[in-house]
Structures are given as C-alpha cells and as structure tokens.
Design a protein around this ligand. Structure first.
Ligand code: B12
Length: 410
C-alpha cells in the first residue's frame, strides 16, 4: 500500500455544512484494452510564501470522494510551477487556496501565464477564508478568475460548481502556440492515450519520434519506501549532469473505477518542478499491480516525446506484484526500506527476482545492516548479479544515491 493512499473513510467532515451526496460506487476492474471514462482533472495548490494547506487538504478529499482526480502540487508554489504542472497534467482547472495576502496579484499572474502558454482553456478558481474580500474577488474575476469561494461555503457548493464549470466538455482557449507548446501537445495526447480515446488515438500514433529512444527506468516498491524522494534526487543529479536534455516522469497513484484520486507525488518533489522535466500523474483506475490500464500507451507516447530518460513510478506494491511485465522498461529498480518484517518475508517478494537493482532506502534506520545482509543473501540465490545499493534519499548529496545514479541513470 502506498503511504499517500486515498483516505476515503477519513474524508474530513463538511466545512461549514454537510458533505455533498456524491459517493461513487466502484464497478468492476476494466480489461486493458477497454476505453476509460475521461475524468474531471484538477490541479490544486497553495501560493508561494503561504503554508496554509489545511483548507485545501479538506477540499481535495471532498473532490476525490466525488469522483474528481486531483493533482496536488502542495504549498509554497510559484505561479510558474503551478502553470507548468497544470499544462503537463492537462487539467481542466487550477484551484488555489490563498491565505497570506497578495491573492489579486498571484491569481492574475496564473491567469496571465496560462494565456501566454496558449492554455486559457484551463480555468482558475479558489478561495481563502476571510483574507479574500468581496471587493478583491470582483477584481480577480474581472482579471479572468472564474470564481472565488468565501468562508462558510458548503463543500457541496464547490463540488457542484466544479462539475458544471469543468465538466468533461473542454472549453475553447487552447491554441497551437506559446512557449511550451510541445509539452502542451504531449499533455493532450497523453490524455487521449490514457483513456484510449478512439478519435485522438490517431494523433498518438502519428506523434513523430524525436531522435533515438530514451532509456526507460521503472521504479517500484512498497508504499513508504521513499520512491518519490529518490526519483526527485535522481532528477536533481540528471539536471546537473546533462544541462540540455530533458526527462519525463510517469507517476501513479491508486484509484478505483469511477472514483476520484489524489495524485500527490508532485507535492513531495522539489527538483522535478523544472522546465526540463515533464511529469504526468496517472490514477490506476482499479487496476491492481502498480500501473494503470493506460500506462503502456502513455509510456509509448513519452518514448517518442524527445526525452532522454523516462522514469515510471508505480504505486506502492504488494509482495506478488511484478508491474513491468506488461510494459517493459530498460531497467527495473526495486526500492525497499529495512521494515519488511522477518527474513521469511523476503522469500515472498516477487520483485526481488525481477529487479535489476535493489535499493535499500532509509539505510540510516536501525536494523538496516541486518536488512542489507539478508537481502544480499536473497539476491545471491538468484545468481543474476543483481546489485544492492543502500541509500538515504532524504539526505542531500547521499553517496548511495550518487552510486545509483552512476549505475542506472547516467
Ligand atoms: C489555521 C490557520 C493557521 C494554521 C495553518 C495550518 C495549516 N497547515 O493550514 C497555522 C497556525 C499554522 C497558521 C500559521 C500562520 N498564520 Co494563519 N490562520 C489560520 C486560520 C485561523 C484558519 C485558516 C483555515 O485553514 N481555515 C479553514 C478553512 C477550511 O475554512 P475557510 O477559510 O472558511 O475555507 C472556505 C473558503 O475560504 C474556501 N476555500 C479556501 N481555500 C480554497 C481553495 C479552493 C480551491 C476552493 C475552491 C475554495 C477554498 O472554501 C472553504 C470552504 O468553506 C486563519 C484565519 C481565518 N479565519 O481564515 C489564519 C490566518 C490565515 N493566518 C494568518 C497568519 C498571519 C498566519 C501566520 C503568518 C502567523 C505567524 N505570525 O506565524 C502563520 C503563517 C503560516 C505560513 N507558513 O504561511 C492570518 C493571515 C493574515 C493576512 N493574510 O493578512 C489569518 C487570516 C489570521 C488573522 N486574522 O490574522 N495559521
């Protein structure tokens, strides 16, 4: 299980009123070839110099409970990071929660940046307790913000607005121009690739392959092992080592069919919010095993997108999962922490047979030395020369991450 799994039961009680009646019923798991229903996708964030994330966390949970996919970027985020993420993720709208002032300027900057990117089909809305006055809201709406919600608004009213204003019918405003047009185009094609949309699938097949294909690296492991932090540190090293090339990340979070998802990997990534990184978050839409029914199509597309490396991060997996069987990648990295239980548990982890490299992250924890010895023994039985690398991904300039980068990424 992934640590950031969707907490449906923990959905916060309605703020200033009852929760909306919108709980979706899970249906059966789709076959891989099945078309997926497009979902309303939003990006939410808290502006720069603002750490008030409690409101947006509550609102995010209500959105996902009502079947909306939410890419959460976190707090203290610049307008540029927000707009880059929104265009790459091909969301319908950006929801901002602002409490520390400067909202008129900040929201306006987001609207302006979207326009400059040829992305004013992406709406902007938000709120901020008592700090955004009605007079400010009127100015913001004149500048192109769709709507501001004030203190005391029932969550059901917000969800109703989103479902009407940002339904799956895309509004006009997308144009083939702007600074990051190729990212925008890739983002739109990824949406078609994810859902398997018949009309737009042709454009996926027609996507020109730029240069030779990238190295693809699959990163998997149990929830809480530190995969996202590790990828972010690898991205930092890649950006330093290759000043001109770009990389892509295809990241996954869990969801059931017809239900929303909290796509939260971006919130814990710092270095990956960069113009040279293209990141896309996918919900698993009821598919077990770590990836989504559309992952293979999206990976094929990213391979043609002119990137130098493509990382694929799975959701937190269980013992029996082998996520890259169906969607082959060049290198498979299994990330574990020392907290796997007894030595016997190691015999049951299928990925220990499949991975090219095993990373023992959090190797500063007590018990890590024993864990390393036990995993080494387990790998030796495979006789495949698989390497074990101990890392502490949350530590800057960690020598283990350096070694992993040299061996698997550079
Ligand atoms: C809780 C809180 C904190 C917590 C934050 C915890 C957290 N992790 O979020 C703590 C104690 C840490 C904190 C710290 C600070 N705070 Co404070 N904080 C508040 C407080 C009391 C409530 C905010 C809140 O979360 N409300 C709960 C939400 C759910 O209710 P709501 O605001 O009514 O939300 C509704 C709508 O606004 C709307 N909405 C809100 N966001 C969004 C987003 C979207 C997309 C949509 C659609 C709708 C929407 O929908 C909601 C549903 O009804 C406010 C006062 C206030 N009444 O707003 C001060 C307040 C925001 N804080 C303030 C200040 C000054 C600070 C500090 C600078 C204090 C200090 N000197 O250290 C720090 C700064 C922290 C930082 N890093 O930015 C000031 C800001 C003043 C200003 N802007 O001019 C306020 C207004 C208090 C005051 N009156 O002075 N704070």
């Amino acid at each position: 299980m992934k640590s950031k799994s969707v907490q449906r039961r923990d959905t916060a009680p309605g703020v200033a009123g009852k929760r909306s009646k919108c709980a979706a019923t899970p249906t059966q798991v789709p076959r891989r070839t099945q078309l997926l229903e497009p979902s309303i996708r939003l990006l939410t964030a808290v502006p720069i110099c603002d750490g008030h994330d409690s409101a947006i966390n509550t609102i995010n949970l209500e959105f996902i409970r009502c079947g909306i996919e939410v890419v959460y970027l976190g707090y203290h985020r610049s307008a540029r990071d927000i707009v880059r993420a929104a265009t790459q993720e091909d969301v319908r709208a950006i929801g901002l929660s602002s409490y520390n002032g400067g909202h008129v300027e900040f929201f306006t900057e987001v609207v302006e940046l979207l326009k400059r990117q040829g992305a004013n089909d992406i709406g902007v809305f938000g709120g901020g307790g008592g700090t955004i006055t009605k007079a400010d809201a009127a100015i913001m709406q004149k500048k192109g913000v769709d709507r501001i919600f004030f203190a005391g608004t029932p969550l059901s009213e917000i969800v109703k607005f989103v479902k009407i204003a940002y339904n799956t019918h895309r509004r006009a405003g997308w144009r083939a121009g702007g600074e990051t047009i190729s990212d925008r185009r890739i983002a739109r094609m990824l949406t078609a690739a994810e859902t398997g949309d018949r009309d737009e699938a042709a454009c996926f097949r027609a996507a020109p392959a730029k240069g030779i294909g990238p190295t693809t690296i699959g990163i998997t492991g149990p929830g809480g092992a530190g995969k996202t932090t590790l990828i972010d540190e690898l991205v930092l090293r890649f950006l330093k080592a290759s000043p001109r090339t770009r990389l892509a990340i295809l990241s996954h979070d869990p969801s059931l069919i017809g239900q929303g998802a909290l796509l939260g990997d971006r919130a814990s990534m710092v270095y990956s919010q960069d113009d040279r990184v293209f990141m896309r978050s996918l919900a698993t839409r009821g598919q077990a095993g770590g990836l989504s029914p559309g992952s293979g199509r999206c990976l094929q597309l990213l391979k043609r997108g002119g990137f130098d490396r493509v990382f694929v991060e799975t959701v937190g997996i269980g013992q029996e999962a082998a996520p890259f069987g169906g969607e082959p990648v060049d290198r498979v990295i299994l990330v574990m922490s020392p907290e796997y239980g007894s030595r016997l548990q190691l015999q049951k982890i299928v990925m220990l047979d499949v991975a090219d490299i095993v990373v023992l992250n959090k190797s500063d924890l007590s018990g890590a030395k024993t864990a390393a010895a036990e995993i080494e023994q387990r790998l030796a039985l495979n006789g495949r020369g698989q390497k074990l690398i101990p890392t502490v991904a949350r530590r800057h300039r960690d020598s283990g991450v350096d070694e992993l980068f040299r061996l698997a990424i550079s």
